[in-house]
Ligand binder design. Structure first.
Ligand code: B3K
Ligand code: ZN
Length: 881
């Protein structure tokens, strides 16, 4: 048990810093056991708040010396504890403060601050890692100009990198060398970065729209240079897109990216020196899937876009995290939508929102997009802050349209460039620039929970009107018993019996307008009436998913069948198919539990047949249309007393029945979608592979076994990783010899490649076969696994806990026990990754009584364990509360 309960930090306690730092000069002498950091801060009293004791943050540092204006301070002139260096007396006005400290990168397994991984020195400072490098005002509103001199053994670290532009480099005595970097843009410490080691690189150029020449470099472990081309290409496209879509240009002479293999998350937007998890840089057709290529493109863009939304305009405090994250996700989503299929991207984003954000918002860890309290800020890099945060930007975009949105954004950059801003600043700029009142809208930032919108549609044939009555409700969430109504934009269309959109004329309007209308739901209950509706329509509600809500309506199954064939809005066409299939699956789950009769889903099979026959349909979209909702999605819809085995059985049997119904169509398309010629990761070819592999995903499970042969041949014939892994993924779920053979062949082929090995681990961890748990247990001891590497943990343990519903939730609780044990083991090494993994328990209340009790027992075991981190303590205690 923790001796004292960690204190929460509150938004309402925000106060500006008592001192400002104008410039920072760091001299970092790298050494694995004791890296020496000499920091020189030019400081002054903050005129806005001013004076008093100076409290600098610092953790896991050994302090050797403190100098004030060049004079060494005696130890009784300051106090040091495990978290701070406090200097009570300081001269008024300006002063220079120097500290000399050491830290130990080699022993740093938490991968925050300065650490050494596979021989490369690397930093991760967001959110509060800089304090593990030197004593500092480690808060985002303390912005300073950094100069960094790195000294290292030339053999160990021939490459020395930091933020900004290289100003000097040279040789020193005894085999050492140095490099000095200067970043002219004031920045908070969380954007500081330093990388040093033996690295190869690829290089390119980019000329900005105003003619600035920028050198682009991607650094990788030597030998991986041939896997950087796609990332580099994606970077150039991102830079161009930000100029065109948002008018934002790059601002330094060089932009660098370093790929490392040990990294707590996806990537980090340090000024001018992004650091990436190598999973999101390295790609070659034989090692990376289409999905990997798409993620690389999106993450490269995301981090690059942070240069304006995050770096040039940063956050005042960590409660404002969505200001940079939600907005930057919205920007990267738009980028991807412009590069690839907008409809497919929207479907993917909504899937992610529903699978990650909705459960968070509806469970014990619910928090507003702008939280008002945290124990450990690293626990708040959540789907709510990122994905729901992006949805809030998207709703404003929907409400004002692209032109006015751009005006609002321009004003935001103009007003706040070089500042640490707040959500209020953002909304004010959008409101002034885009001319919209966002007063009510602002509630989206402070109220947690997913609003529910209930819609009931009624046709009056005598009056030729169609009325939509909408009601919004939002259930209580932790700390928020009562909610005020939201401003919810709801795009709707009315589809006539001929399958075409009707022109829409609301009450009080002279003439009909566009065929999709955005309705503003602002009251708890509101009615919208359309006139001149000659025939009874089927309403298409929440087109494009214009708001992050759950929607229920009086639409019937036959309406969904109609919409999945006819809706002109691709998102809602897909949605109708999902709703139809979920309805069917939920009914079948009930039938399994009660011994009732199961339905076969003929309409879904019929829809698949039509979709596959439609040669004009984008194959990537077609692939989305034909996939059944996931087991987790069904569990979420059922919501309580979830029976994972019944869900698994219902979905498997439905899949087999559908495969049998449309096998010839699936086979035909499987043949037709074969991509000839050399592999290209572009959206078109990727879409064909997605559809082909979706067909394989059905065919492989045909009861006559013919599909197994097909999957094995697909595996053997694959000339790229997308096809190879698709076949392996299918085979991993079937208990046949081909499974063993394919897994062995794959291992032999790829055992030297750590990224491909992660795929091999997670395919086994997510297999729905009963052996999955035992396999995970033995893979924990396999040479391809180490608990010290976050990618390995995510590949094996996190994917088992979050993407293998039926086995993680095994009735005897063995899945829970294993994951809990690993959380504790990991916590001693890397609290951030441990806390993330523990998130797998967040929906524990939705399962049946037995599982609830097994899960809560594991949560209690963790919460009560000796010496756990703040990170894990916060998640465990809040999940149980
Ligand atoms: N800003 C980083 C995430 C930092 C997470 C710190 N625990 C990457 C990103 O969102 O772009
Ligand atoms: Zn980000």
């Amino acid at each position: 048990m923790r001796t004292e309960e960690p204190r929460a930090v509150l938004l309402k306690d925000y106060a500006p810093p008592a001192y400002l730092i104008d410039t920072v000069s760091l001299e970092v002498e790298l050494d694995p056991a004791a890296t020496r950091v000499h920091s020189k801060l030019k400081m002054r009293t903050n005129p806005a708040s001013g004076g008093g004791p100076l409290v600098l943050d610092g953790e896991k540092l050994t302090l050797h010396e403190v100098r004030l204006n060049g004079e060494t301070l005696s130890p009784n002139a300051y106090q040091v504890d495990g978290r701070h260096l406090t200097i009570p007396d300081l001269p008024a006005g300006e002063f220079t403060l120097e500290t000399v400290t050491t830290c130990g990168p080699e022993a740093n397994t938490a991968l925050t601050g300065l650490y050494l991984s596979s021989g490369i020195y690397c930093t991760q400072c967001e959110a509060q890692g800089f304090r593990r490098i030197t004593y500092y005002l480690d808060r985002p509103d303390a912005m300073a100009v950094f100069t960094t001199r790195i000294v290292a053994d030339e053999k160990v670290a021939p490459v020395l990198l930091s933020n900004g532009n290289l100003v000097k480099e040279g040789k020193l005595a005894s085999g050492k060398h140095f490099a000095e970097w200067h970043d002219p843009f004031p920045k908070p410490a969380y954007l500081f970065a330093l990388v040093a080691g033996r690295l190869g690189h690829v290089e390119d150029k980019f000329v900005t729209k105003s003619g600035r020449k920028v050198t682009l470099r991607i650094f990788v472990e030597p030998g991986n240079e041939d896997r950087c081309a796609y990332a580099l290409e994606a970077l150039k496209r991102s830079m161009r897109w930000d100029e065109e879509a948002f008018g934002r240009e790059y601002d330094l002479d060089i932009f660098m990216i370093v790929a490392v293999s040990s990294f707590n998350m996806g990537a980090m937007e340090n000024k001018g020196l992004n650091v990436f998890n190598d999973k999101y840089i390295l790609a070659r057709p034989d090692t990376a899937t289409d999905t990997d290529y798409a993620s690389i493109e999106a993450i490269i863009a995301h981090e690059y876009f942070h240069n304006w939304t995050g770096n040039r305009v940063t956050c005042r405090d960590w409660f404002q995290l969505c200001l940079k994250e939600g907005l930057t996700v919205f920007r990267d989503q738009e980028f991807t939508s412009d590069m690839r299929s907008r409809a497919v991207k929207r479907i993917a984003d909504v899937r992610l929102l529903r699978s990650h954000q909705f459960p968070e918002d509806q469970g014990p860890l619910a928090h507003p997009v702008r939280p008002d309290s945290y124990i450990e800020i690293n626990n708040f890099y959540t789907a709510t802050v990122y994905e729901k945060g992006a949805e809030l930007c998207r709703m404003i975009h929907t409400l004002v349209g692209p032109k006015r949105f751009r005006k609002g954004m321009d004003l935001y950059f103009e007003r706040h460039d070089g500042e640490a801003a707040t959500v209020e600043d953002f909304l004010q700029a959008l409101s002034d620039g885009a001319k919209i009142d966002l007063t009510q809208f602002k509630r989206w930032y402070s109220q947690s929970g997913t609003p529910e919108v209930l819609v009931s549609g009624r046709y009056d044939s005598a009056r030729e009107t169609y009325t939509l009555k909408m009601t919004q409700v939002c259930a209580a969430t932790p700390g928020q018993p009562v909610k005020e109504p939201y401003h919810i934009p709801i795009a709707v269309g009315l589809v006539g019996p001929d399958g075409k959109d009707m022109a829409l004329q609301l009450d009080g309007e002279e003439k009909p307008h566009a065929k999709t209308r955005v309705l503003n739901l602002t009251e708890r209950t509101q009615t919208f009436r359309f006139r001149n509706v000659a025939e009874k329509p089927v309403p298409s509600l929440l087109r494009g998913f214009t708001a992050p809500v759950t929607l229920s309506s009086n639409l019937k199954e036959r309406d969904y069948v109609f919409l999945m064939a006819n809706d002109s809005d691709p998102f809602n066409r897909w949605e109708a198919a999902q709703r139809y299939a979920s309805g069917l699956l939920i009914a079948n789950v009930e039938a399994i539990r009660t011994g009732g009769k199961r339905r076969r889903g003929t309409a879904f099979a019929e829809m698949i047949r039509k979709v596959l026959a439609d040669k004009k349909l984008d194959p990537d979209f077609a692939a989305q249309m034909i996939l059944l909702p996931s087991e987790q999605a069904i569990a979420q819809m059922i919501g309580k007393d979830v029976d994972v085995d019944a869900i698994h059985e219902a979905r498997e049997t439905l899949r087999i029945a559908i495969a049998a119904d449309v096998r010839d169509d699936l086979k035909r398309i499987y043949e037709r979608m074969k991509v000839d010629g050399p592999y290209s990761p572009d959206a078109e070819d990727a879409g064909r592979r997605a559809l082909r592999n979706a067909c394989l995903g059905y065919l492989a499970f045909l009861p006559d076994g013919s599909g197994v042969e097909m999957a094995a041949a697909h595996f053997d014939g694959a000339d790229n990783m997308t096809d190879q892994i698709a076949a392996l993924g299918v085979l991993a779920n079937i208990d046949v010899q081909e499974r063993t053979r394919a897994l062995e062949t794959f291992y032999e082929q790829w055992k030297g490649d750590h990224l491909v090995m992660d795929k091999w681990l997670s395919i086994q961890a997510t297999s729905s076969l009963p052996r999955a748990l035992d396999d995970v247990k033995s893979l924990l001891h396999h040479p391809a696994f180490t608990i010290r590497n976050p990618n390995k943990v995510r590949a094996l343990i996190t994917s088992f806990a979050t993407a293998n519903q039926v086995r993680f939730h095994a009735a005897d609780g063995a899945g829970y026990a294993l994951v809990a044990e690993k959380v504790l083991e990991l916590d001693a090494l890397n609290p951030q990754v441990a806390a993330r993994l523990l998130g797998a328990f967040k929906s524990w209340r939705q399962f049946d009584r037995k599982r609830r009790s097994l899960m809560s027992r594991q949560l209690e075991r963790i919460a009560g364990a000796e010496g756990i981190s703040r990170d894990v303590y916060e998640i465990a205690s809040k999940t149980l509360a």
